[in-house]
Ligand binder design. Structure first.
Ligand SMILES: NC(=O)N[C@@H](CC(=O)O)C(=O)O
Ligand SMILES: [Zn+2]
Ligand SMILES: [Zn+2]
Length: 429
């Protein structure tokens, strides 16, 4: 469709303010961005979208999500996950391979791409597993998986326990120009705990997950990345120690990048209200000191991007209680409002900083053409109402998963309309 988005507020990095612009879309790309001071354009023959007073941004990019299909469609499927992403203003998402079967064959990669294309909602980029069935024993066929469309290799959900296996994976990925994305967790240090080691665990007589179970893999993998030259990307950084190691590695020019989730920026273990599994995720909510460290890591560029780690589970599964319920919370439909409300409205971050970490930075890290609002870029666009306050109601989520700790939170910054390739794929009722 040929369309004009009229009178939207577009962030200008040079001035550090928003400016009113008209954006013309043609053939799925941004054809023109016009200054509104020159008056309304001739919109004849075009659809028009009134964005008066609304933020118009490049669509958000989420490089760490779980869509659960194939195999766990009762939690989420590719279409429902994509709809949830669009409702959260995301236009490109990268899905993790801990499906059933695990995404460890070209057939499964193609299955995901086909399903995503049929759904036709957002761009879905599949990761493939590092090891067969994510068991850590045998590498998958990297070349065939890349050929089928996988954009990187990861065993997310579990850490690769064997250092030689990880080194072999990195060497192979490096030779193909592909990134290795790591869920950092040393099994020998994790003692079947549901929450972090710290105040909440102690107060409730629970075992805790220690910080070093994450950071020890980060440190190991940084050394392996240095040795192999691979692009190494650290998943869901949650500890002060991991931030420190990544900062140090970057100072040495090692090709490492990292991500952090909204919940690790906003919540600590001291916020957990009780034995409610909607507060259970991996890595767990850490101490306030860790929260401060990941915030500073994101602010100084040690951590490159924000991801949701959208991890839907059924209500029945989450009702099993803190100890038995699976790890994970949904994230698409609260991510931007949460960070906008907590960090931008409070004056801690500029709007531009948050937008960069959710658009152009993930595009830079993973070499995507999207993530920028400029002529010639894909017309993947998010229109956001920054001014209306609304309460988070999980029952209204497009996701099948309602498992969030943010139910009832009053937030600003709700996405209103999401366009992918110039087509409206979601609009708020
Ligand atoms: N983050 C989580 O708590 N859970 C993820 C797995 C993962 O991201 O490691 C899941 O698949 O449910
Ligand atoms: Zn993980
Ligand atoms: Zn994950």
């Amino acid at each position: 469709m040929a369309a004009w988005i009229l009178n939207g507020l577009v962030w200008n990095e040079a001035t550090g303010e928003t400016e009113t612009k008209h954006i013309r879309i043609a053939d799925g790309v941004i054809a023109e961005i016009a200054d509104a001071s020159a008056g309304l354009p001739d919109t004849q023959g075009h659809d028009t979208i009134d964005a008066q007073g609304k933020l118009v941004s490049a669509g958000f990019i989420d490089m760490h999500v779980h869509l659960r299909e194939p195999g766990f469609e009762y939690k989420e499927d590719i279409a429902s996950g994509a709809r949830s992403a669009a409702a959260g203003g995301f236009t490109t998402i990268a899905c993790m391979p801990n499906t059933r079967p695990v995404t460890d064959t070209p057939d499964t990669v193609r299955f995901i791409l086909d399903k995503a294309a049929t759904a036709g909602i957002v761009n879905v980029l599949p990761y493939a597993a590092i090891t067969k069935n994510e068991l850590g024993r045998e590498l998958t066929d990297f070349a065939a998986l890349k050929e089928a469309g996988a954009i990187g290799f990861t065993d997310d959900g579990v850490g690769v326990q064997n250092a030689q296996m990880m080194k072999d994976a990195m060497k192979l990925a490096a030779s193909m120009g592909m990134p290795v994305i790591a869920h950092c967790e040393d099994d020998s240090l994790v003692v079947g705990a549901a929450v972090t080691e710290g105040k909440f665990a102690a107060a409730n007589g629970l075992k805790g997950i220690p910080n070093e179970s994450e950071a020890i893999h980060v440190g190991r993998d940084i050394l392996l990345a240095e040795a192999t030259g691979v692009h190494y990307h650290v998943c869901h950084v949650s500890t002060e120690q991991s931030v420190r190691l990544i900062r140090h590695a970057k100072q040495f020019g090692i090709n490492v990048t990292a991500e952090v989730c909204p919940h690790h920026l906003v919540l600590s273990d001291e916020d957990i209200p009780g034995m409610d599994a909607n507060w259970k995720m991996n890595p767990p909510l850490r101490s306030p000191r860790d929260v401060q460290a990941v915030i500073e890591g994101l602010e100084d560029g040690t951590i490159d991007i924000v991801v949701t780690d959208h991890a839907p589970h059924s209500a029945e599964e989450k009702a099993r209680g803190m100890q038995l319920a699976p790890f994970g919370i949904v994230g698409f439909e609260t991510a931007f409002p949460l960070l906008y409300t907590e960090f931008v409205r409070t004056g801690k971050w500029t709007l531009g900083f948050l937008l960069r970490r959710m658009t152009s930075d993930p595009a830079r890290v993973f070499g995507l053409a999207s993530g920028v609002l400029k002529a010639g870029a894909p017309a993947d666009i998010t229109i956001v109402d920054l001014e209306r306050e609304r309460e988070v109601d999980p029952e209204t989520f497009a996701s099948k998963g309602k498992n969030t700790p943010f139910g009832g939170w009053k937030l600003y910054g709700w996405p209103e309309t999401t366009l992918v390739g110039g087509k409206i794929v979601w609009t708020a009722r």
